[in-house]
Design a protein around this ligand. Structure first.
Ligand code: PLP
Length: 248
């Protein structure tokens, strides 16, 4: 086997295992696998891996650094690009917002009003120039840290209603729900409780914004707990693509 087909086989096998984990967790939680979107996080991995993923039926990818993401998406062939929804999931500086709107279909990491304004303006420009043809879908990132927990970025729960109003009022943005990363250093019960807090915040959000039904939570290490708590979108990287270069 050459290197390309070896990599394809490796990703196929890992993806199969993750899909089995998802199925198993859904069975345990009384949910349908069709309720769960799988966003494969491709940060640090090359565009060729995205081609393998699309070939294996993956429809959503996630990236967390603007420079890397922009270059990688530009490398994709038109058919591969058309087959995937690109989610930006990383911390985003306001001055990079404009660039992200040229290649991202979704920004999951919206955590402050200034970023909302910058993204809306960026999408408006990109629509005007033909660089994009659709509004930008947005989830609000929530900080689930509590007390001693180390939060992992995001807006504080108390700030969500105002931030949601900002997005709802933005011409080119569509509010889809919430995103969170489990705080560092929690045991299983702690992670479960954090995801339950996220689900409760999501329910509150939907009371005012019925279309904001996404809960993006669950990564390689905790996807079962997220499925039990009601997640609609998993963001899985290393379990499918292997350990990232900086972790090797
Ligand atoms: C890297 C990353 C992931 C994927 O993490 P894994 O543990 O590799 O599955 C998910 N969400 C965000 C925000 C990330 O930055």
């Amino acid at each position: 086997m050459d290197a390309t087909s070896e990599r394809h086989t490796e990703i196929a096998e890992r993806l199969r295992v993750v899909r089995e984990r998802i199925e198993h967790a859904c069975t345990g939680a009384g949910r349908e696998t069709g309720e769960i979107g799988l966003v494969v996080v491709t940060k640090f991995f090359p565009a060729s891996d995205i081609e393998h993923l699309v070939d294996l039926g993956v429809t959503d990818i996630g990236e967390n650094k603007d420079q890397e993401a922009g270059a990688k998406v530009a490398e994709l062939g038109a058919d591969v690009r058309a087959a995937v929804t690109v989610h930006f999931i990383g911390q985003l500086q306001t001055n990079k917002a404009n660039r992200v709107t040229r290649y991202a279909d979704v920004v999951q990491s919206v955590d402050r009003a200034r970023l909302v304004t910058a993204l809306d303006r960026g999408v408006g420009t990109a629509l005007g120039s033909g660089a994009r043809h659709t509004p930008l879908e947005v989830t609000l990132q929530v900080d689930l840290g509590e007390g001693e927990d180390q939060g992992r970025g995001g807006a504080l729960p108390d700030d969500l209603p105002a931030l949601a109003e900002e997005v709802a009022g933005a011409e080119h943005l569509r509010l889809r729900g919430l995103m969170a990363v489990a705080p560092f250093g929690l045991d299983e019960a702690g992670t479960r409780a954090a995801f339950d807090r996220l689900a409760a915040l999501g329910e509150r959000l939907r009371a005012d914004h019925p279309g904001a039904s996404w809960l993006s939570a669950g990564m390689s290490g905790d996807l079962e707990l997220a499925i039990a708590a009601g997640t609609t979108h998993l963001r899985v990287g290393s379990a499918i693509l292997g350990s990232r270069p900086q972790q090797r």
